[in-house]
Design a protein around this ligand. Structure first.
Ligand SMILES: [Zn+2]
Length: 140
């Protein structure tokens, strides 16, 4: 090994994951996640924050019409397709929408509480993503 990983140009970050042996992962092809910097082997289940333009704001989560839910769904799918939110987040948000759809059929307090909890969590995570994105510079 002649290359020292830490001196590699381009602002690469070493993966914060660990190998099965417990040794630190030394991969440098990493992406910024909410949890830190991780290579593709250690990103599973993590929320990727390296996402370029998080310019498209999350639409209102106060669904009053089917159109609101559809706009929100479209936003979730678009963000997911662009890799701005990961599969787990996409699933959580889509679950929120499907819960809202159920609410339209049966207005049950428990469902309403579940729905609010899901959305609060989603909004919280999205705020964190935006905060991280705001500190990123020159995503090249
Ligand atoms: Zn790794």
């Amino acid at each position: 090994m002649t290359n020292t990983l830490k001196s590699r140009p381009g602002g690469q970050h070493i993966c914060e994951g660990r190998q099965k042996s417990g040794e630190p992962c030394t991969m440098i092809n990493t992406m910024r996640c909410l949890e830190g910097w991780y290579c593709r082997h250690h990103r599973r289940g993590k929320t990727v924050a390296h996402s370029g333009d998080l310019d498209q704001s999350m639409p209102s989560t106060k669904f009053t019409t089917k159109g609101d839910a559809e706009r929100f769904t479209q936003w979730v799918l678009t963000q997911g397709a662009r890799g701005h939110i990961n599969a787990a987040q996409t699933n959580a948000l889509m679950k929120a929408v499907s819960t809202w759809n159920k609410l339209q059929e049966r207005m049950e307090q428990q469902l309403l509480d579940d729905f609010k909890a899901l959305l609060f969590r989603a909004r919280d995570e999205y705020a964190k993503l935006r905060a991280i994105a705001a500190t990123e510079e020159g995503l090249d």
